[in-house]
Design a protein around this ligand. Structure first.
Ligand code: C2G
Length: 705
């Protein structure tokens, strides 16, 4: 049995290291040594390594003085390796348990055997199985390194050792290229086995914890230049390697640099680097490439920045037009960016959107109604998924994602929204964006979240881009202000005034108004109302934005025990896409998931059941009883989100884990209220004391004066 040395450079990897190492130590192929090069970590990485090394003698660990970079760490690992084969692993990634065994089985007499790299999000979905049948690559072996990565390959140690140049070791990025070049040079055939799976994790916070490849383009290009010049020189007589490097460079240029330059509005510094890199690049490589690429490279090779800028501008427009032809979505985005935001902005136009166009509700609704109320000199547009809603005033109703939506987003000086507006809507100069947000946070928000389990793995990056456009953010209490500043990385004006959406809880909390609402909702006046309003689960979805909800509340039991005195109003979160079938519970349970405004549901209810939804912070303004149906507390708190407050000690009502508990508590609701009286008061003081029924007026004074 040949020994395999798995080399892992580790730098501040406490979040991922357990999972990564567990996947290595559990390999079915046992003859491994795991060389961990702790590259000057400042978090608890070293403790994790030390404690695991105590338990498993296959771990060899080494700590560098200061942070030396991946290339140096890999080289140190190589020099320490005792195995005859090398396998590199990044400390945030992990392996299928048979990854190494399958490579060993497939390798035969070959020097290099390559497995498959799969995006880690696919691991949970178990979408990938692969094939045990080895495939031999000869002429096309460079294709196995299209992603510029030496990971997921089993390599005979002899061919790597002593090959690392000082310059390569100093380069922060792309040191993989030097190993790949060596592998291509030393082999005439490479084996590929797709069932040996390496799971690559996408770092979810490129702003605070970027992976190397998420670092800025300028430093990456500098590394690229260093690497290219060394390798070009070293392999000047090796045709296959040279071809691979040129091809890589063109691909990198096309896929990353062009996009970057477009966003940056060009950059002379990057251009200079491109000129330098192309000096070690064979013009021949352009032969079969597109006319666009050839035209862009001409001024690079001639070192003519002005000409390059001109050509790039023209090409970018061409690329946009070509893209616009692909779908309505691209066409409208093109029109937004190139036509609509060039039309004069309307300083008197305010655009409102609530919960991604789902309804007429929340703080945007109450700010709008207050503007109507004080007859402010503005025109209004409301964005809805379905237009033709009954709303106050005469705002234009515009369908979300229609051409008019793109037009009005460009035309309106003011945007008022309680959630996010898609990335593609660049903020135009003079635009004022009031972000009302939609709740006091219980569950960790954005940059306080450790892992992202939701459908969009780029959630943090996207959120960052979208929230840079906010000018004002409404905060309901000091606790939220502190969290918002940090978790949204928000540094503009915080309006610390309470929630406009809660004004109504002070203005209409009387029997007349409540009965009026109940009649409108066709609810019986002689029954008390239980409102059940749970939140969504990040890991239960059909696709991005469409989440599933399984009703764990046993309505049969609730009806049997409580229907004399109560009816139940069910209200699903706006992300939930599946419909509840309540046909069996006619006259007892009512689905109000599509009802516009949850504040009105608060008003008509006598008690609230929720879970981890922010609804309870608002509901507490009414000082009515709240029960927490937290049947999945551990999973939600410990795996999905993490909380800012201690659910076990700080809530104004009991945690309940099954329907029996709920029913029992409702039977003795007065006792529960008494028992929680003190906690309720404390809770109210901390979270509700800014709400006084006038938040909308205060917002208008600040933003639309
Ligand atoms: N909501 C609703 N119906 C539900 C749950 C929520 O109408 N069944 C509305 C409430 O206005 C609530 C808001 O959506 O305050 C946010 O819902 P949360 O369940 O708290 O979840 P989320 O949308 O993830 O927002 O800072 C708040 C957090 O961001 C939570």
């Amino acid at each position: 049995m040949e020994q395999v040395s798995i080399i892992m450079p580790v730098y501040n990897s406490e979040i991922y290291l357990w999972e990564s190492l567990r996947s290595v130590l559990n390999q079915t192929y046992k003859n491994i040594e795991v060389i961990l090069i702790n590259d000057g970590s400042t978090d608890s990485t070293l403790d994790i390594i030390t404690s695991l090394a105590r338990e498993d003698k296959r771990i060899v660990n080494y700590t560098t003085q200061g942070n030396k970079g991946v290339a140096q760490s890999r080289l140190t690992g190589l020099q320490m390796a005792k195995g005859s084969y090398i396998y590199f692993l990044d400390s945030d990634d992990f392996l299928d348990e048979r990854a190494i065994e399958r490579l060993i089985n497939a390798k035969g007499n070959n020097l290099v055997t390559v497995g498959k790299m799969v995006n880690a999000t696919k691991y949970e979905k178990q979408e990938f199985i692969g094939n045990d049948e080895p495939k031999i690559y000869r002429k096309k072996r460079t294709k196995l390194f299209k992603k510029r990565s030496i990971l997921h390959a089993l390599i005979q140690k002899e061919i790597l050792i002593d090959e690392i140049d000082k310059l390569v070791v100093d380069a922060r990025h792309f040191s993989d290229l030097s190993y790949i070049a060596r592998v291509i040079e030393q082999t005439s055939e490479i084996v590929y086995v797709s069932s040996s799976i390496y799971y690559k994790r996408l770092r979810n916070d490129p702003l605070n914890h970027p992976s190397l490849m998420q670092e800025d383009m300028l430093s990456k290009l500098q590394s690229y230049l260093t690497m290219m010049s060394v390798l070009k020189d070293r392999y000047s007589s090796k045709l296959k390697v040279k071809k691979y490097l040129d091809h890589q460079f063109l691909n990198y240029y096309r896929k990353s640099i062009v996009t970057y330059l477009k966003k940056q509005n060009q950059s002379e510094e990057i251009f200079e680097l491109l000129v330098k890199i192309s000096n070690c690049f064979e013009e021949k490589a352009l032969q079969n490439k597109s006319i666009i690429l050839k035209r862009e490279f001409k001024p690079i090779l001639q070192n003519n920045y002005l000409k390059y800028t001109k050509i790039m501008n023209a090409h970018n427009t061409l690329r946009d037009i070509k893209r616009a032809g692909r779908s309505k979505h691209y066409l409208y985005t093109f029109l937004y960016r190139n036509v609509f935001i060039k039309i004069q902005m309307d300083d008197k136009l305010i655009l409102f959107e609530s919960f991604l166009g789902k309804n007429y509700s929340d703080s945007p609704k109450y700010i709008y109604e207050e503007l109507l109320n004080c007859e402010a000199d503005y025109k209004y547009v409301w964005i809805f998924n379905e237009v033709g809603k009954e709303i106050s005033g005469n705002a234009k109703q515009v369908k979300r994602f229609s051409l008019r939506y793109y037009y009005y987003l460009a035309k309106a000086k003011y945007w008022v929204s309680n959630s996010r507006i898609p990335k593609r809507f660049d903020k135009r100069e003079g635009n004022i964006y009031l972000q009302t947000w939609h709740g006091t946070p219980l569950k960790n928000l954005v940059f306080d979240m450790r892992d992202v389990h939701s459908a969009n793995p780029h959630y943090k990056r996207d959120f960052y881009i979208q929230s840079r456009r906010w000018d004002y953010l409404i905060s309901p209490n000091q606790y939220s202000s502190d969290i918002f500043r940090r978790a949204f990385m928000f540094d503009k004006k915080m309006l610390e005034i309470g929630y406009p959406r809660n004004d109504v809880l002070y203005k209409k909390n009387n029997e007349d108004e409540i009965n009026k609402l109940k009649r409108k909702m066709q609810l019986p006046l002689d029954k008390k109302v239980i409102l059940y309003a749970p939140t969504w689960r990040d890991d239960q979805f059909y696709e991005a934005g469409k989440y599933k909800f399984n009703l764990e509340l046993d309505l049969n039991k609730v009806r049997k025990e409580l229907s004399e005195e109560y009816v139940v109003v069910l209200r699903m979160h706006y992300f939930i896409a599946n419909q509840l079938d309540l046909s069996e519970y006619k006259d007892f349970a009512f689905d109000f998931s599509k009802y516009d405004d949850i504040s009105e549901l608060y008003l008509i209810s006598d008690l609230l059941i929720t879970d981890y939804s922010s609804v309870f912070f608002d509901y507490a303004n009414l000082r009515r009883p709240i029960l927490f149906f937290t049947y999945d507390l551990e999973n939600y708190r410990d795996k999905l989100r993490g909380f800012y407050i201690n659910m076990e000690t700080d809530l104004p009502g009991p945690l309940l884990y099954n329907t029996d508990g709920i029913v029992r508590s409702i039977h003795s609701i007065d006792d529960i209220s008494k028992k929680f009286n003190k906690k309720y008061n404390e809770f109210y003081r901390k979270f509700c004391s800014w709400d006084d029924g006038h938040a909308a007026e205060k917002t208008i004074k600040e933003v639309f004066n």
